[in-house]
Design a protein around this ligand. Structure first.
Ligand code: GLA
Length: 453
């Protein structure tokens, strides 16, 4: 057993002196190479796991108490009662991710005796950086709990079953996320990226470019998924719900029959099986103007503004000049095409083509989807000046990291160049910055699972 695992076990025995011998499970973070804000529409994504992870040492308890400690003192110890309807902690509390996993599994596995657990968490994924530390916490908590229930992964539940279940379960914390994070964390492969399709979940392993390194650069803008970024993130999925409803109505008019779209992605599959051009034309027809007010959407759908709020938009704040639905819809078409092209580029070992697609994705995320910020734009610009073949924001956006495709032979110069031009000159903070934590070459590690057995 590695020193890190032994240290975690020893620490567990100190924190929970009266508990049994702990077991350990591990869930990696992830970086998305391309395919942003498409997963919740059932459109593909192309992420990889990273060699930063969450490890949990755990042991079952006979009572229904779940106790949580973290090796990082920034996360205060906490505990809760495991039951059918687990009470939420305040938004942003780290125990909510553990609660999300247990609540989801309790419902799906029809658990009735609600066992407890002692958990000690150790993490190396920088939080609020777009690297999915939160979903890694959900997945690791779920693996620990399944073990305590005597139903370890690949028994009753396969990885392909568990990933969508945990994606739904994570909505407990308030985000309307898709299924990318849980799928790659559970199904990722060492040294490979994965193209992921949804509904049903399908994973295709693709090789990573041999002569390049994937480097993450932290913009230093914190994107707390349960903080301010939550509402900004949810604007994507909620807008797309309205887009889906309006497109469905247009198709019913055009085809003169009932049409049901579960997800926007259904346009490209099933009996509709439309081409990108056909979908783009349809979107232009439904959204002739850049912006659509909620009143215009209600008139188009033949319903009231109240119906729209109740069925699709919830309490999403309405800009006075309307929602930019045309651009949001366009991003879905162009990003879908880029993911397919990126997969082909990886299979053909064409790093230049992949780099160009990553850059085009960043532009679309910024201009059409509104999820960038000045710091991320600057960091992408700097990365290109320093020799990256491609660079883009990654994850939910609004801060966090960029992902960069860097030729291996210029890696050192790239790291120095980005440090000087971004952290030093642009942010003016290099003196206080831990550069190895900010500019991180990463490798794809194995998907989540038990460890040290
Ligand atoms: C977050 C969500 C994912 C996905 C990305 C954006 O990470 O959890 O489901 O929507 O944002 O691509």
């Amino acid at each position: 057993m590695s020193d890190g695992l032994s240290a975690l076990k020893e620490a567990f025995k100190t924190v929970y002196a009266e508990s049994g011998e702990p077991r350990i499970c591990r869930a990696p973070g992830r970086v998305n190479l391309i395919g942003e804000h498409t997963d919740y529409n059932g459109l593909p994504v192309l992420p990889m796991t990273i060699n930063r992870e969450i490890r949990i040492a755990f042991a079952p308890r006979r009572d229904g108490l779940v106790r949580l400690h973290n090796m990082d003192a920034a996360y205060a110890p906490c505990g809760f009662e495991n039951r059918a309807d687990i009470l939420h902690s305040a938004p942003g509390s780290w125990d909510n991710y553990c609660k999300a996993a247990l609540q989801g599994l309790n419902g799906c596995l029809e658990v009735t005796d609600f066992p407890g657990m002692d958990l000690l968490v150790m993490g190396t994924i920088p939080p609020a950086s777009g690297l999915s530390s939160s979903s890694a916490m959900v997945v690791a908590s779920a693996l620990a709990y399944l073990d305590c229930l005597g139903k370890p992964i690949n028994g009753d539940l396969s990885r392909l079953d568990l990933a969508p279940l945990l994606a739904r379960a994570e909505r407990y914390v308030g985000t309307q996320g898709g299924g990318m994070d849980q799928a790659i964390i559970l199904c990722g492969k060492a040294g490979r990226a994965c193209k992921i399709d949804f509904f049903p979940l399908r994973i295709e392993e693709v090789p990573l470019p041999k002569a390049c390194v994937v480097v993450l650069c932290d913009s230093m803008v914190k994107a707390e998924k349960t903080g301010a970024a939550l509402h900004r993130y949810n604007e994507g999925p909620l807008s797309c719900r309205l887009i889906r409803a309006m497109v469905e109505r247009q198709l019913e008019r055009d085809l003169d029959e009932e049409v049901r779209l579960e997800h926007l992605g259904d346009l490209w599959s099933g009996w509709l099986c439309m081409t990108d051009e056909e979908v783009a034309d349809l979107f232009d027809e439904v959204f002739p103007k850049p912006r659509t007010t909620i009143e215009e959407a209600a008139e188009f759908l033949g319903c009231t503004v109240g119906d729209i709020r109740e069925r699709w938009l919830g309490d999403l704040a309405a800009p006075e000049d309307g929602f930019p639905l045309k651009a949001r819809a366009r991003h879905q078409v162009t990003e879908r095409r880029r993911v397919e092209a990126a997969r082909d580029a990886l299979l053909a070992a064409d790093s230049r083509a992949l780099g160009e697609l990553m850059l085009a994705s960043h532009t679309s995320c910024a201009a059409d989807y509104g999820i960038s910020c000045p710091e991320l734009d600057r960091l992408v610009e700097v990365a290109l000046q320093c020799g990256a073949l491609g660079a883009r924001l990654t994850g939910a956006g609004f801060g966090g990291c960029t992902v960069n495709l860097v030729p291996a032979e210029i890696l050192e110069g790239f790291c120095i160049g980005v440090t000087e031009r971004y952290y030093d000159q642009y942010l003016g903070i290099s003196a206080g910055v831990d550069i190895p934590r900010c500019v991180m070459p990463v490798e794809a590690s194995p998907g989540a699972g038990p460890e040290g057995e």
